[in-house]
Structures are given as structure tokens and as C-alpha cells.
Design a protein around this ligand. Sequence first.
Ligand SMILES: *[C@@H]1O[C@H](CO)[C@@H](O)[C@H](O)[C@H]1NC(C)=O
Ligand SMILES: *[C@@H]1O[C@H](CO)[C@@H](O)[C@H](O)[C@H]1NC(C)=O
Ligand SMILES: *[C@@H]1O[C@H](CO)[C@@H](O)[C@H](O)[C@H]1NC(C)=O
Ligand SMILES: *[C@@H]1O[C@H](CO)[C@@H](O)[C@H](O)[C@H]1NC(C)=O
Ligand SMILES: *[C@@H]1O[C@H](CO)[C@@H](O)[C@H](O)[C@H]1NC(C)=O
Ligand SMILES: *[C@@H]1O[C@H](CO)[C@@H](O)[C@H](O)[C@H]1NC(C)=O
Ligand SMILES: *[C@@H]1O[C@H](CO)[C@@H](O)[C@H](O)[C@H]1NC(C)=O
Length: 456
Amino acid sequence: MWSPILLCLPLCLVGFFCRSVQAIKLNIDDTDNTKQVASKLAWDLVSFYTGNNTGDVPGNLPSPYYWWEAGAFFGTLVNYWSYTGDTAYNNIITQALLHQAGSEGDFMPTNQTRTEGNDDQAFCAFTAMRAAESNFTNPPDDKPSWLAMVQAVFNQQAARWNNEQCGGGLKWQIYSFNGGYNYRNAISNGCFFNMAARLARYTNNETYAEWAEKAWDWSRGVGLVGPEYHVFDGTSDTNNCSDLNHIEWTYNNGVFLHGAAHMWNYTNGGLRWKARIEGLLKGQQVFLSTNDSSRNVLYESACELAGTCQTDQFSFKAYLARWMGDTAKLAPFTYDSIMTRLRPSAEAAAAQCVGGKTGSYCGMQWTTGTYDGTTGVGQQMSALEVILANLLETTRGPLTGETGGTSKGNSGAGTGKDADAKGKPKAITTADRAGAAILTGLSALGILGVTYIMIS
Ligand SMILES: *[C@@H]1O[C@H](CO)[C@@H](O)[C@H](O)[C@H]1NC(C)=O
Ligand SMILES: *[C@@H]1O[C@H](CO)[C@@H](O)[C@H](O)[C@H]1NC(C)=O
Ligand SMILES: *[C@@H]1O[C@H](CO)[C@@H](O)[C@H](O)[C@H]1NC(C)=O
Ligand SMILES: *[C@@H]1O[C@H](CO)[C@@H](O)[C@H](O)[C@H]1NC(C)=O
Ligand SMILES: *[C@@H]1O[C@H](CO)[C@@H](O)[C@H](O)[C@H]1NC(C)=O
Ligand SMILES: *[C@@H]1O[C@H](CO)[C@@H](O)[C@H](O)[C@H]1NC(C)=O
Ligand SMILES: *[C@@H]1O[C@H](CO)[C@@H](O)[C@H](O)[C@H]1NC(C)=O
């Protein structure tokens, strides 16, 4: 099965015939084959990592990838290990997470805090949560545990819940000197909801479930989760959250779906959560191709066909796919409808992984049947995650403290002196502020630019 690739490899190395490399042959019904394909894509994914290079630090990806995506990247590698059992990347995962979590274990490292948003911090926490839920090797005893890292982030974000406008909710940004401070986005609030739901299920502590209910109700109330369960990108507290930016991104749907699946599971099949899960699955229609040749294949409808997706956006389908896989485990009534999406998506994704120096790098566009000529962390993570999710029948699903998870918690984490609960900056200098203003100014312009293109 691998011979076409192996035979072609020497030719590729000298630069001939690379374009004629056969697409990877994925057979989803064959677990070994699926794992082999995943292993190939993971190898290509890790080729982007520079955290081991002299002069770099563990846990970073090079420009243009932002820090949060590096956090998410290690989540994909934890997931890769948990689905395949391949420990090849476990050392770099542990090293990177411990480095970026910092001594407080709250993912507020001094090199990142000045530009860090709630969503950025949460994506790193998701990787730690995934480690806890899959019983990934625990850190040494003198370091914060995976679970305590998530609790630290949760505690800090709960303290940032802002009742001054909009009747509650989280702002996108942590610090007022960052652009986007008035934006209340679906991803920051969805991430907080998601963390609360997972902590409730993992620890069986009802306080987290109450927060999950509160974050869900608020998101519904202001319309971030709309009446038909479409999840809209954000709203602004300058007008008391009365207008919505209606762009829909795959990961915004996914983050709420996944949290709702945890709540359904935690409440042992609560009917309210069932209706919400069904609504969100229906809301995914906007991301599913209806073309005959690619029916039910996922795509990032806000930018993909127009070819305007930017660095972060290339990675969003990765999280949606990961979270749909978990949802099928946590809320088994969703299994059939989720698999009718994950299967064709994985097949279509694999069919276009013919790029780059190995001939197995993936592009962004799964629905077209042809490789779009791009490579990148987001594209690679997305294809890998959607293929991994198809292995869900061979796995246990997210563990809890009662079903085999061994991460020890600390419910008071993150409220210590360095990262106080009000989320005050740790020793941020004027120079940092100026740098941050410029950086976020630029990225806000980028976001507005995309928004403008989308709307016009
Ligand atoms: C990167 O660092 C980790 C942790 O020290 C080490 O185990 C791994 O072998 C290194 N990987 C590479 C490719 O150098
Ligand atoms: C912060 O960034 C600097 C410059 O890249 C680097 O030398 C330093 O090791 C980083 N510190 C941490 C804790 O990652
Ligand atoms: C702002 O929005 C919240 C939540 O929708 C609402 O409860 C509150 O009355 C609004 N405040 C004003 C001044 O309109
Ligand atoms: C469906 O097919 C049409 C016509 O070929 C094409 O323009 C469109 O981009 C396709 N949709 C997707 C989601 O690929
Ligand atoms: C909750 O999730 C676990 C793990 O996937 C699963 O074994 C269990 O059956 C689920 N609970 C319900 C009520 O379906
Ligand atoms: C969890 O990991 C620990 C330590 O590696 C191991 O002893 C235990 O058997 C694992 N439990 C499960 C359910 O995988
Ligand atoms: C439950 O979580 C809350 C919030 O972090 C904490 O204050 C409380 O002590 C926890 N309860 C238990 C029994 O751990």
C-alpha cells in the first residue's frame, strides 16, 4: 500500500515527479491503515515545530503561527497519542506544556501575556484537559497537574466574568490596552463554557456545572448562540451586546457542541442538553457541502471557497472534528449523524494530502477533490484530526476522575499571587503595552478586513 510513495520518495528528494505522488490511501474501516495514515500526517505536522531548535523555546511555533495555535497543536498531538498509542511525540508535548504553563500552571507566561486573550489561554487549557481526559503521563510531582492547569485557567476566567455590561459574559481580551477589549466573542465564552462543562464531568463538582449553565444561558441570551443554534462570531459591549457579527466559524459551533455533550453526559442524558446538541448539529449544515461529489464534507464556509482564510482559520476544522468525535462518544445518540459527516470528511481530506516535500502534506480544501497547493499547521492539523476522529470506536472516550483519569486537581489553582484572580497583568511594562497595542491593532485590522470582505 505504501509502495507508490516509497518508490517515489527518492525521486522527490532529487526534485522530480513530486506532483505525481499517489494520494494517501485511507481505508477508514481498517484501523491499522487509519493509524498509519495518521502517523504520516502527524510526522508532517511536527515538521513545522521549531521549539527544539537552538534559540527557540519549547512550545512555540514559528511565525506566522500565534502562540494559541501552538497550544492547540499540542492538543492535536495528545489526541494523536490517545487515538493511536504512538508515543513518538510525548516528550515534546510534556516539555512544551510545562514550559508554557509556567510556574503557576495558568498559561500566562510572561512572554505571551501582553497580547493574550481569554480564548488563547483557554486553548492551552484544552490541551491540558485533553491530557487529563486521556490519562496522558502526569507531570512530575513538583509541577502543576494537567487538571490543576485547567482549574487555574477556569478560576481566572470566572473572576473575569463581567457584569458591567451585557448582563455578564467574558470579554475577548484580558487587558484593556489590547485591541478588541470591547469584543465579546463566541469563542472566548464558548471556551469558558466548555472548560466548565468538562471540569464538572471530570471532577463531579457541581460548581462547575452551575458556571456552564450560566455561560450557556448568557451566550443564548445575547444571541451568540442564535434561535436556530447558529453560532455567531461576536458582539460588542460598547452597545451592551445588542448587535451581532453574524459570521459563522466551524470551531464556534464545535466548542458549544462539545460543552453541551459533556453536560448531557454529566446530567445523565438531560433533555435540555439533548435539544441543544441536536440544534447545534443541525446548525452545522452551513459547513457541510451539498455537492454530489462531496456530500457532507466539512468546509469553512466563511472563507474557504473564496480562498480568503487566514492563518488561524486554516485550523478551525481541526477542533470541530476533534469535538465531534468526542460528542459521538459522550452522547451516543449523535453517533450516526456525526459519522455521516466525519467519514466523508476524512476520506476527502486524505485524498488531497499530496503536497509538500514528503508528498503527504494536506491543503485546506477537502470538498473540491484537488489539492489546493497550500501547506500549513492548520491544514495539517485539520486533516489529521478528522482522520483520528474516525478511530473513535476503538477508544474509551474522555475519562473522568472516576473512570480512570489520574490527574490530581487543585480547585484553588490560579488564584495565587502572580496571577491574581482579577486577571491583573503580571509586571507589564510600558514598552509591552505599546508593542501589544501595535500587534493587536494589526490583528484587529486583519479581522475587520476579513469581516468586511465577507459582508461585502
Ligand atoms: C525535542 O526535545 C525533546 C525533549 O527534550 C526530546 O525528547 C526530543 O528528542 C527533541 N526532538 C528533536 C527532534 O530534537
Ligand atoms: C521569552 O522569549 C525570549 C526571547 O525569545 C526567550 O529568550 C526566553 O527564553 C523566553 N522565555 C520563556 C520562559 O519562554
Ligand atoms: C444590557 O443587556 C442586558 C442583557 O441583555 C440587560 O439585562 C440590560 O438591561 C441591558 N442594559 C441596558 C442599559 O440596556
Ligand atoms: C459545489 O460545486 C460548485 C460547482 O462546481 C462549486 O462552485 C462549489 O464551490 C462547490 N461547493 C463546495 C462546498 O465545494
Ligand atoms: C458518557 O460518556 C462515557 C464515555 O464516552 C460513556 O461511556 C457513557 O455511556 C456516557 N453516558 C451516557 C449516559 O451515555
Ligand atoms: C493511567 O496512567 C497510569 C500511569 O501511567 C496507569 O498506571 C493507569 O493504569 C492508567 N489508567 C488508565 C485507565 O489508563
Ligand atoms: C468545587 O469547585 C469550586 C470552584 O472552584 C471550589 O470552590 C470548591 O471547593 C470545589 N468543591 C470541592 C468539593 O472540591
